[in-house]
Each structure stands twice: as structure tokens, then as C-alpha cells.
Design a protein around this ligand. Structure first.
Ligand SMILES: Nc1ncnc2c1ncn2[C@@H]1O[C@H](COP(=O)(O)OP(=O)(O)OP(=O)(O)O)[C@@H](O)[C@H]1O
Length: 580
């Protein structure tokens, strides 16, 4: 856990000064009961009004100084803990951004969300408590015992007797609750996952009238979490009556034995009151210490979860490797050489012996039945995953030798599911090229066949895009996503089934425009629709992860049985539709 303190380095000043101020306040608090005893015994009992006023003034002054110390400490604690949380969150986010899809698949989104939110909140709380209580609470509990000895050593033995009993109760309480808190954190993960899935799929859930099932599922996960919390709460609920009982027994003993001593004149009434105050201070401070132990144990579980992510060595390092030709000027053949790929070391091959090359500036089609590995293949080009065996090269250089950032900049990728971000259309296009002018935006929209549509909107490029682009149709979203990918005229443009929501005519016009406007760009079109790939310079046919055909449309029609099957089935379907 302490290794994470490096993210709080900037707040050294607050972390050191905060506890010092809290310590000062504790010193004042420790002396207040003594002043109270003097006020009663020397002032009130003797009717010395002057003494009462003087002592009361000193007590008020001490309390005020104590209050100022507390406020300064709280301020330092909140500045340091919030700052620490922000630094840690940015470091974690930075790390997550370096992880390859393989690591992200293994971790899953929900646990990353929990680690970014509730785990870091837990660590922030621990740091705030460290500043506010870690010196104060032990100091007050030990200081109270010392002060009791200072007032009356024999009665102070009650403190020595009560202390271990109280510690044993707290120890058993913590032994039961700490492991439960670890379980709770895991259940929060499950809840985040369930809620994430439910919100992401809200439309599908409604379309399938599965609202009730989904509500039931969430209720089940929530109930599970509630049960775990209830178990902790049930155990913690015993704590208050138990500690109150011990406290009352201690106070009764002090009153009884103190009363005897007052009667024989060896102790004053004010001193009995001071002893009771010290007893309360000691026990309350011990409760705080036990809470601190719980907070730190939870924080230590959170710290190991955060450290786990921070310690992952990305399988695809982001740093610059060996000498390379700048990708920005790099144009050349993209080649797959005997590529095998599996998602997990123990899983079967998702791609086998893939071997082809694409000349710069040509159009390359990839087709094949569903699940044949088309999306998997194109995800290897920007190194979202690395090949298991074989190699991929760009202009003769293995892509593993190129800086990942530059490689990805050289590729415009339109994924199967178009993703737009909330903002304006212009802002979405500028994701593709930060300094894109209006002319460049309009040109990209024209190539992507959506210029007319954007110009027909009252606010044109300034039209607001809702989260996920929910105010646009599937086809409109796809075309905007294509415009965003091609705005910087990348050397390679990959359209992963990105034409599926377009009608045949628009699909054809778009491919025609791509050929004209991006003559030097290598365009890779992934589609199950033969019409989308049939004019490509080369077509790769995949089936169950294997390369079962490579050539032009006419070559494949004569040589590839699977390609013939796909063409035949689509023509048959066309005929059926025409008949209807
Ligand atoms: N992240 C992943 N982890 C493990 N296996 C995966 C992952 N993504 C895909 N697969 C598996 O890899 C195989 C190929 O999937 P892929 O998505 O590449 O097919 P596809 O040809 O693009 O299919 P479609 O046309 O339906 O999009 C499938 O068996 C799929 O289950």
C-alpha cells in the first residue's frame, strides 16, 4: 500500500503538517479535564469566582486554538487526499491506455471501473484518516492513561484493567469484519458489471421484453451485495453495545472507588470527573484506532487491486523501438507472413497460416462466413493484439519494430460498431485530425457520402451529437465514423463491416469516392456482402480462421468453393427478395 504514496509526493507538506496540527489539538484536549478538575475543586467548591472565570477563559482559549488546529488539519487532509486520488486515477488511466486488447479482455471493464472509483476512494479515505487520526488516536489513548496515573495511581489501575478487555473485544470484531470487507469489494465488482451490461444493452432488453428478467438479475446481484454488507453491519452492531457496556462498567468502578477516596479525603470530586473524562477519551480513541485498522485493511485490499493493474507489463509496449522509417511518410506493402493467432494461450487458433500482401493504394476485400476471423485479422494490423506466430510487416518493416502510436496514426479504422462521442459533428471529425479545417471536414463528409445529410441539418457541422451518437441512424453513424477515419488521409483505411447499414447504392458510391479521393490509400474492406468487395483488387476468403481463397472476384469464382457458395447464397437471396 505504501508504494502508492509516491502519488502523494506533491502533497508532502500537507501530509507532514496535518498530523502536527492534529497532535497540537490532542495535547489541548488532553489537558482540558485537568483544568476542569481545578475549576471544580479550586474554583466552584471554594466559591472563588475570579479563579472560575480565569480557568474558564483558559479552557475556552485552548478549545479555540484546538478548533483552529482541527480546521487546518482537515483542510490539509482533504487537499492531500483529493490530490492523491486525482494523481493515482490519472496514473491508472494512463496505464489502462497502454494495455493491449488482450489484457483488457482478461481484466474486463467492470473491475477497472471499480478500481478507478471505489478502490481509489478507499485509498483517499485512508490517506485522509492517516493525516487526521493516526497520531491523535494512539496519543490520546496512551496520554489518557498517563494522565490518570498522574491524578491517582491506584484508580489508574482500572484503566490498565479495562484496556486489554477492550482491545480483545475490538480484536475479535475486526477479525470477523475485515475478511468480509474484502468480499464486499468483489461483490461491488459484480454489481458494476451487471449494471454496465444492463445499461449498455438497454435497447435490446426492451426490444426482447426482458426488462423483468434484467431487473431480477440486478436485484439478485444487489441483494447479494446487501447481504454481505448486512453481515458486516450485524457484527459491527454488536460493537456499540459492547463498548458502551465496558465504558459504563469502567465509569461505575471509577465512581465507586473514587467516591470512597473522596469520602476519606484522598481525592477531590473534580479529579473523579477528570478520571471519568480520561476513561471516555481513552476508550473513544481506541474505537477510532479499531476503525482505522478496518479502513487501512480495506485500503490495503484496494491498494493491491490498484497495484495489480499498475504492475501489468503491457504485452505491446508503447515506447519507440529500434530505428524505423517514419510511418507518416511510410507507404508500401502491408504483408502477413504465415500468421497464426490465438486469443488466450490455452485457446484454439482463431487464425491459421494467414499469408498475403497488399500493395499500397489498392483495395483489399476480406470476406467469409460469420465467426471466420475477419475482425480478428484486422485487429492485428494496428497491434490491438500481437500475432502468436508469423509476422506482419509494413513497407518491409515488421510492425513490432514501429512505434505503436505512429503505426496507429497511419491507420484509419472504422470498427464494426460505429462509436461517436458526445460533442458536435465537427469535434467528432477532429478526433481524426485535431487541426482539421471546415474545408477538410466537408471534403471528408463528401467522400463518406454524408455531406448532403450534414448540410441539411440546421446547425451543419455544429450539430450536437448525443452520447453514442444516439440521435443519428445506424447508416448516418457509420458514414460519420468513416468520415472521421479518412479525414487525415491515412496510408491505410480499414472498414470493418462498416458498410453494412448502407443501402447498395450508397455503398457503391462510397467505394467509388474512396477510390477517387484516396488514391494513395490502401483500403481494406471487411464485409460479408459480396457486392462490397467484388471490385477489390484482391479478395481474401476466410473460413474457420483459415485462408481458403485469395484472388480477384473472377479468379475466386473459378477456384474457391466457399466463395462460390457465398456468392450463390447471396444471389439466391436476391432472387427471393425480387420475387417477393
Ligand atoms: N476478444 C475475444 N476473445 C476470445 N475470442 C474471441 C474474441 N473475439 C472474437 N473471438 C473468437 O474468434 C473467432 C473469430 O471472431 P471474429 O469476430 O474475428 O469473426 P468475424 O469473421 O469478424 O465474424 P462476424 O462476421 O460475425 O463479425 C470467433 O470464434 C470468436 O468467438
Amino acid at each position: 500500500m505504501f508504494s502508492l504514496l509516491k502519488y502523494a509526493k506533491k502533497y508532502r507538506f500537507q501530509i507532514i503538517l496535518g498530523p502536527i496540527f492534529k497532535f497540537l489539538e490532542a495535547v489541548f484536549e488532553l489537558f482540558l479535564p485537568i483544568y476542569m478538575a481545578r475549576l471544580i475543586d479550586n474554583g466552584i467548591k471554594k466559591g472563588d469566582a475570579q479563579y472560575v472565570i480565569h480557568t474558564a477563559r483558559t479552557m475556552i482559549f485552548m478549545s479555540l486554538i484546538g478548533l483552529i488546529c482541527v480546521l487546518i488539519c482537515q483542510y490539509f487532509a482533504s487537499v492531500a487526499s483529493q490530490g492523491f486520488g486525482t494523481e493515482l486515477r490519472s496514473a491508472l488511466l494512463k496505464k489502462i491506455n497502454t494495455l493491449s486488447h488482450k489484457e483488457l479482455d482478461e481484466l474486463g471493464t467492470s473491475t477497472l471501473v471499480t478500481r478507478m472509483t471505489s478502490d481509489i476512494n478507499q485509498l483517499q479515505l485512508a490517506l485522509a484518516m492517516l493525516i487526521r487520526l493516526v497520531i491523535r488516536a494512539p496519543f490520546l489513548s496512551i496520554g489518557s492513561v498517563i494522565m490518570a496515573f498522574f491524578i491517582e495511581p491506584k484508580l489508574a489501575l482500572i484503566f490498565v484493567l479495562i484496556l486489554p478487555i477492550f482491545c480483545i473485544v475490538l480484536y475479535f470484531m475486526m477479525k470477523k469484519t475485515v475478511p468480509l470487507y474484502k468480499k464486499v469489494q468483489k461483490k461491488v465488482d459484480h454489481l458494476n458489471q451487471a449494471i454496465g451490461e444492463s445499461l449498455a444493452g438497454v435497447r435490446v432488453i426492451r426490444a426482447f421484453a426482458r426488462k423483468e428478467n434484467e431487473e431480477e438479475k440486478i436485484a439478485h446481484v444487489t441483494d447479494d451485495l446487501a447481504k454481505a454488507y448486512r453481515r458486516v453491519a450485524n457484527i459491527s452492531a454488536i460493537l456499540t453495545p459492547a463498548t458502551t457496556l465496558i465504558l459504563n462498567i469502567a465509569i461505575l468502578s471509577l465512581l465507586y472507588f473514587g467516591g470512597i477516596k473522596v469520602n476519606i479525603g484522598s481525592l477531590k470530586q473534580g479529579e473523579v470527573l477528570a478520571l471519568i473524562n480520561y476513561m471516555m477519551q481513552m476508550l473513544l480513541a481506541l474505537i477510532v484506532v479499531s476503525n482505522l485498522v478496518v479502513i487501512f485493511t480495506r485500503a490495503s485490499a484496494s491498494a493491491s487491486r490498484v497495484n495489480e493493474v499498475l504492475a501489468i507489463k503491457p504485452s505491446i509496449p508503447e515506447d519507440t523501438l529500434s530505428s524505423y522509417q517514419s510511418v507518416k511518410t511510410l507507404s508500401g506493402t502491408l504483408a502477413f507472413q504465415q500468421v497464426d493467432f490465438r486469443y488466450q494461450p490455452d485457446a484454439g487458433l482463431a487464425l491459421q497460416k494467414i499469408d498475403f500482401s497488399i500493395k499500397q493504394g489498392t483495395i483489399f476485400g476480406i470476406t467469409g462466413p460469420t465467426g471466420s476471423g475477419k475482425s480478428t485479422l484486422i485487429q492485428l494490423i494496428p497491434r490491438f493484439y500481437d500475432v502468436s506466430t508469423g509476422a506482419i510487416s509494413l513497407a518491409g518493416q515488421p510492425i513490432t519494430q514501429l512505434p505503436v502510436d505512429e503505426l496507429r496514426q497511419a491507420i484509419g479504422l472504422v470498427p464494426q460498431k460505429s462509436v461517436l462521442f458526445s460533442g458536435t459533428i465537427r469535434e467528432n471529425l477532429q478526433w481524426g485530425k485535431a487541426d482539421a479545417s471546415d474545408e477538410e471536414c466537408l471534403a471528408a463528409l463528401k467522400t463518406a457520402q454524408c455531406l448532403e445529410f450534414v448540410q441539411s441539418l440546421p446547425n451543419g457541422l455544429d450539430t450536437r451529437v448525443l452520447a453514442d451518437g444516439n440521435n443519428f441512424s445506424g447508416g448516418q453513424k457509420q458514414r460519420l465514423a468513416i468520415a472521421r477515419a479518412l479525414i487525415r488521409k491515412p496510408p491505410i483505411l480499414i472498414l470493418d463491416d462498416s458498410l453494412s447499414a448502407l443501402d447498395y447504392r450508397t455503398d457503391q458510391d462510397l467505394r467509388h469516392a474512396l477510390k477517387q479521393d484516396l488514391a494513395n490509400t490502401t483500403v481494406i474492406i471487411v464485409s460479408q456482402r459480396i457486392s462490397s468487395v467484388q471490385n477489390a483488387n484482391q479478395i481474401l476468403v476466410l473460413n474457420e480462421g483459415k485462408q481458403v481463397g485469395l484472388g480477384t472476384h473472377s479468379e475466386l469464382l473459378t477456384h474457391s468453393a466457399i466463395y462460390q457458395e457465398i456468392v450463390a447464397s447471396q444471389e439466391e437471396r436476391k432472387e427471393q427478395l425480387n420475387e417477393k
